[in-house]
Design a protein around this ligand. Structure first.
Ligand code: ZN
Length: 325
């Protein structure tokens, strides 16, 4: 279309007179209503005898000034510009996942509370589970990597009934941290605000809460790794079945850009930013050295891939989608 034609077209479009010229044939019918507004948002693949399903909970946003907090603006700005990371708010996916061992269905993290004002487009876990054909009452265990509101949020509204047949597993250190009467003094101020909601979840679940020590097995084939730093009791998971392994990083590695290129760049959301940085590098080193398949919580969906060493840091290599499950 020539420029003048385009101008005329736009003028007519604004006036509402081009609709008939653009009549798009209708293909939808009552039996086939066409695409729905929201996509299902799940992705399944096989890991040995297990089936893994990545579940999209939606997206949330973090202020850019809460990231790379120990980096000079003259270094941070060009990096963020080059990686299309917006100057004010950075978008993050939230992706819980389900491990189906054949005997048990284990949900790892639960997304955000639906209707959260800072994440209007998250809290979709229930819809996503339904779309994937996974009934909430078929889940026998929920594992929390940690208790930040974007991970425990799916349990907050109705903790006892959300997953009525599931035990809750998390690290003993994490449980003690958030359940402590003086939790506020042990948490950063922004995190302390959500401590009462977290405590209500534990109270509602009662003896269904099972604390474990870092390094213990959550279940046969699923080991908890102590990856403290993001929180004092943060765990990642190493899942093994047959000859295959999957590393679930949780928030030890929260993005695929500077967390990989510059693991030493700190974020406000790590309770201990120094330790968080050390843990991040150690975990990425292990993933690269052991050629582990990795699932990330805040990576672009579905967030499954590998880690390779590059320069002084690492690079994220997303896997191709597979259709073998
Ligand atoms: Zn998170």
């Amino acid at each position: 279309m020539f420029a003048t034609d385009r101008r005329a077209f736009l003028k007519a479009a604004v006036a509402g007179t081009v609709v008939s010229a653009l009549e798009i044939p209708k293909v939808a019918s009552a039996a086939d209503p066409g695409p729905t507004k929201a996509s299902p948002g799940y992705y399944s693949f096989v890991l040995g005898e297990f089936q893994i399903t990545m579940l999209c909970d939606g997206v949330c946003f973090l202020p850019t000034n809460s990231l790379a907090t120990n980096v000079k603006p003259e270094e941070k700005k060009p990096y963020f510009d080059a990686h299309y990371l917006a100057p004010e708010m950075v978008r993050l996916q939230a992706s819980p996942l389900l491990i189906d061992t054949g005997q048990k269905r284990i949900l790892v993290d639960t997304g955000l509370t639906s209707g959260t004002d800072w994440a209007a487009h998250a809290g979709r876990l229930n819809k996503t589970l339904a779309a994937a054909g996974i009934a909430a009452d078929s889940i026998s265990m929920v594992v929390l990597t940690h208790c930040h509101p974007d991970h425990i949020g799916g349990l907050v509204a109705d903790p006892a009934k959300q997953f009525p047949n599931a035990d809750l597993v998390l690290s003993e250190t994490e449980l003690d941290l958030w359940n402590s009467p003086d939790a506020a003094s042990k948490l950063p101020k922004w995190a302390a605000e959500s401590a009462p909601a977290v405590q209500k979840v534990f109270a509602a679940l009662g003896d269904r809460v099972h604390p474990i020590k870092g390094g213990a097995d959550v279940e046969t084939g699923i080991a908890a790794l102590d990856t403290a730093g993001h929180t004092q009791g943060h765990i990642s998971l190493l899942v093994g079945s047959g000859s295959e392994q999957l590393l679930i990083t949780g928030d030890a590695v929260t993005n695929i850009h500077f967390a990989f290129d510059h693991p030493e760049w700190q974020i406000m959301w790590d309770h201990d930013p120094d330790k968080g940085a050390k843990t991040r590098r150690a975990l990425l080193d292990r993933a690269a050295n052991d050629r582990l398949l990795v699932a990330g919580y805040h990576y672009p969906f579905p967030g499954v891939g590998h880690v390779v060493k590059e320069g002084m840091g690492f690079r994220w290599l997303p896997t191709d989608w597979v259709w073998d499950s």
